[in-house]
Design a binder for this molecule. Structure first.
Ligand SMILES: Cc1cc2nc3c(=O)[nH]c(=O)nc-3n(C[C@H](O)[C@H](O)[C@H](O)COP(=O)(O)O)c2cc1C
Ligand code: SF4
Length: 482
């Protein structure tokens, strides 16, 4: 993963843990409304993909075990991982693109309710993404994947040249010459693997996204409601389709890009379709970016405008993330796909302990506060969820006290210790296992391996009945806290 050049080490701090009475009187453990729903406390576990669904996107016993662990800690809300809204093969990513997924998802909701004693509200994150191919072997790229164009023939020096001859010639070119002969997308396909963009209007299915996505999202939201989820989070963040519509890089000229209003158009149409399907009383929120953290990308100015528009259009919560884009992703190895959390924007999304002077803790808070202030200035009270490096009570309470956000997200900290919420609420914060922000978990995520935490995945491996990772080396859930 990319790291700031300064490489200053920042260690997580326990801060001052509250007594049980102090916790009970705190802002963090006070209730908050999300639309018509009440969260018992202002704590939130943001979506985290653990790569535990079946190969065809179904809930497995391991998925249930993962969420049971978080639910036992009784956070105010738990957002189930990014779940694909289309009925297309997506590897071990959870899916909600057909009614056949309903029984599994309903079981997941039941699991969270039972394990939290009904205390934790459970949302599901709905995602759409475009096609990305693995980085090809150059031989196969030139012999099979590349479409030979008149431009290639012209560079070869013979407009009527035989296609096979052009392919053979291209395969022999040194990198500097290839950079002149191939266009930017062809070079990208060779060096990184081909990646579709929302601006690829020459591709019919991309051109048609404004016609297809509102229906896909609203059907998925209908299923989420049927499965018993307390609400849905529309994934408008990171490297995926909807975030790409919101990006300043979106210059679609069909009314769905080019200007802030154009970029907002599809997200608002998706929201309207979802609302139409699930009704006014069902909580619908979105996760989007305060800043894309890439050259030419959107920043807090755009995000403040988007936040106001979403709140005005009836979103029940706004969860703010940061970065996580493909544009600056590291070159993958041949045979692997680019991963959107490997460049600077990836660092901003999941900052780790070697950092710059700002450090990894609360790195997104200033921008989050800016967006919250804009939403409030527009007279809207929509709750704002913050996340990024928050791990102790003092920090979390300060976020609420300063009005930077209304709800505090703990992603990696909840993975390091899913009982954080129960421990701190009960005056036993000293027993918290603090996240080290090493991103061992994120590296597993990157390789699509079952996500675990280095602080607990080798503990008590001989415990009877525990589930182990596919390689048999790691336990999949932490030892229980008693
Ligand atoms: C293993 C892993 C998987 C993640 N999966 C998702 C996801 O599915 N959707 C999402 O919006 N963010 C995802 N994230 C980002 C987190 O929700 C969160 O925004 C980020 O880790 C920063 O918060 P933190 O410092 O509290 O961990 C993931 C993070 C990790 C570590
Ligand atoms: S592996 Fe554990 S300690 Fe390391 S960043 Fe992930 S959750 Fe934190």
């Amino acid at each position: 993963m990319w790291r700031p050049a300064e490489r200053i080490r920042h260690d997580p701090q326990p801060g001052r843990w509250p007594s049980e009475a102090e916790a009970a009187a705190s802002r963090l453990f006070s209730p908050i409304r999300i639309g018509k729903l009440t969260l018992e406390q202002r704590t939130w576990v943001p979506a985290m993909v653990p790569w535990r669904a079946s190969a065809d996107g179904e809930v497995t016993p391991q998925v249930l075990e993962w969420y049971r662990c978080f639910a036992r800690g009784r956070p105010g809300a738990l957002v189930v991982e990014a779940t694909g809204i289309r009925d297309i093969p997506s590897g071990p990513l959870l899916r909600i693109g057909d009614d056949r997924f309903l029984p599994g998802l309903a079981g997941l909701v039941r699991t969270v309710r039972e394990a939290s004693g009904g205390a934790t509200r459970v949302f599901i994150q709905l995602i759409d993404f475009l096609l990305i191919r693995r980085r090809p072997d150059p031989g196969r790229y030139f012999s099979q994947f590349l479409s030979v164009t008149p431009g290639h023939r012209a560079a070869f020096g013979d407009p009527a040249a035989d296609e096979a001859a052009v392919r053979r010639w291209l395969a022999t070119l040194p990198p500097e010459q290839l950079a002149r002969v191939l266009d930017a997308r062809e070079l990208e396909a060779l060096q990184f693997g081909a990646r579709e963009r929302v601006t690829d209007l020459h591709l019919p299915h991309v051109r048609d996204l404004p016609r297809t996505l509102p229906g896909e999202f609203s059907a998925a939201a209908r299923r989420a409601r049927l499965a018993g989820f307390d609400g849905v989070e529309l994934h408008f963040a990171h490297a995926y389709t909807m975030a790409s519509f919101l990006s300043r890089l979106n210059d679609r000229h069909d009314g769905y890009g080019g200007t802030p209003e154009g970029r907002l158009r599809l997200p608002l149409e998706v929201l309207r379709a979802v609302r139409g399907e699930v009704g006014a009383d069902y909580p619908v929120g979105s996760r989007f970016l305060t800043e894309e953290c890439i050259d030419g990308g959107s920043g807090p100015g755009e995000a403040a405008h988007y936040g106001q528009a979403f709140a005005r259009a009836g979103m029940d919560f706004l969860s703010l993330s940061r970065g996580g884009k493909f544009e600056d992703a590291r070159q993958p190895k041949v045979g692997e796909a680019a991963y959107p959390y490997t460049g600077r924007s990836g660092y901003e999304c999941m900052p780790s302990y070697y950092s710059d002077a700002r450090g990894p803790f609360g790195r997104n808070l200033a921008a989050t506060a800016q967006i919250r202030a804009a939403v409030r200035a527009a007279g809207l009270q929509t709750p704002i969820v913050a996340a990024g490096g928050i791990h102790n009570f003092t920090q979390a309470e300060a976020v609420l006290e300063k009005g930077e956000a209304d709800i505090v997200g703990f992603a990696r900290q909840a993975l390091a210790d899913p009982d954080w919420f129960r421990k701190v609420r009960g005056g036993r914060g000293a027993e918290v296992r603090l996240c080290l922000y090493t991103n061992y978990c994120e590296a597993l995520d990157q390789r699509h391996r079952q996500v675990t935490c280095e602080l607990w995945d080798r503990l008590a491996l001989d415990e009877p009945g525990i589930a182990l990772s596919s390689d048999g080396k790691r336990r999949l859930t932490p030892p229980p806290w008693s």
